[in-house]
Design a protein around this ligand. Structure first.
Ligand SMILES: CSC[C@@H](O)[C@@H](O)C(=O)COP(=O)(O)O
Length: 335
């Protein structure tokens, strides 16, 4: 099953807010509903957002086939639904570039984004697995953060795609998944995916992940990314930066698995990226019940910036970049 797809002129997606309790689909027939699904993280994860962006333009064209101005304004609204993952804007722009060629061309481009996502993730997963087997003493143990699995993509996954590739080779011993406060993408989604894959795994609280590395229980950190800037800074779910600091101190490689579509050569460094700040309720409540005094202020960064110097390897479908030893995504064109 794909996390996001196109059926009968609608976007169909797994509602990621309902996992792990319910595996339910949402059918989306308006641009407003798509934006709402993106904002409330029913559709989430950078590559899935790329697919949503492209399909959002296809949806807008289906709804207003003779009104390019309204399609462009709908596309801008989808593009702005979340600011940090570059894939969302990339997906919108790819589909929008075909607007002059008519609705069928726009839909064909959007569907191509979906197909390419699957192929890219499989390719980068094999490359990532091979890199780990060359650079980490086996059998491999991994610490991951957030959810960079099939749910975060169209299917297959990036960081969890690497996990899957290692598992299929019989080379994976264990995965430690950080719960990923405040919305628990690790506890709710990554653990659900690992269980379905039959991968041995353990859930740890975010603040225990550094100790897992310090004790030598995980031999590599493998995460996804929402954006990689031209200098190799990595923007990913908040909590990735502390994990990278701990990995550097423990002498453990910090590996980022991401498609080329996540690399943003037009943004020089992580300092130039708009980091989404989400509302206070995600921090001050737990399961709907307050856990902090009423009116407590929060600073709910959804993402953080891991400086290139702390990133051992970025593995894409076409290359391995080594930022910590001077490699830069803009060293050479991707393909
Ligand atoms: C392959 S997904 C990579 C990232 O998008 C993922 O790690 C992440 O940070 C997702 O954040 P989210 O806020 O759940 O959309």
């Amino acid at each position: 099953m794909r996390s996001i797809d196109w059926r009968r002129d609608r976007v169909v997606a797994i509602d990621q807010t309902r996992l792990p309790h319910d595996l339910a689909l949402i059918e989306i027939g308006t641009v407003e509903a798509l934006i709402d699904a993106i904002k409330r993280l029913a559709i989430r994860g950078a590559p899935a957002l790329g697919a949503a962006g492209a399909l959002g333009v296809a949806l807008a064209v289906r709804l207003s086939p003779d009104d390019p101005a309204s399609v462009r304004s709908a596309a801008a609204a989808v593009r702005g639904a979340r600011p940090t993952a570059v894939n969302l804007a990339w997906g919108v722009d790819r589909a929008l570039a075909r607007l002059d060629q008519g609705p069928d061309a726009v839909l064909a481009e959007a569907l191509a984004v979906l197909e390419e996502d699957v192929a890219c993730n499989r390719a980068l997963s094999e490359r990532g697995a091979a890199w780990l087997l060359d650079n980490v003493a086996g059998p491999v143990t991994i610490q991951t953060h957030c959810n960079a699995g099939a749910l975060a993509c169209v299917e297959w996954g990036t960081a969890l795609g690497v996990v899957r590739a290692l598992h299929e080779r019989g080379a994976l011993a264990h995965v430690y998944a950080a719960e990923t406060r405040p919305l628990l993408q690790g506890a709710r989604l990554t653990v659900w995916e690992l269980a379905r894959m039959g991968v041995p795994h353990t859930l740890v609280v975010d603040s225990a992940a550094a100790s897992v590395l310090a004790r030598g229980q995980a031999k590599a950190v493998v995460v996804g990314a929402d954006r990689v800037t031209a200098n190799g800074d990595v923007i990913n779910k908040v909590g990735t930066y502390p994990l990278a600091l701990a990995a550097a101190h423990a002498g453990v490689p910090m590996v980022v698995a991401a498609p080329e579509s996540t690399i943003d050569l037009s943004t020089p460094t992580g300092k130039d990226v708009d980091i989404e700040v989400r509302g206070p309720d995600e921090v001050t409540t737990w399961g709907g019940a307050p856990v902090a005094p009423a009116g407590t202020g929060t600073l709910n960064y959804a993402f953080d910036v891991t400086p290139a110097a702390l990133v051992t390897a970025i593995v894409t479908e076409s290359r391995v970049i080594l930022p910590a030893t001077g490699g830069r995504p803009d060293d050479r064109p991707p393909r």
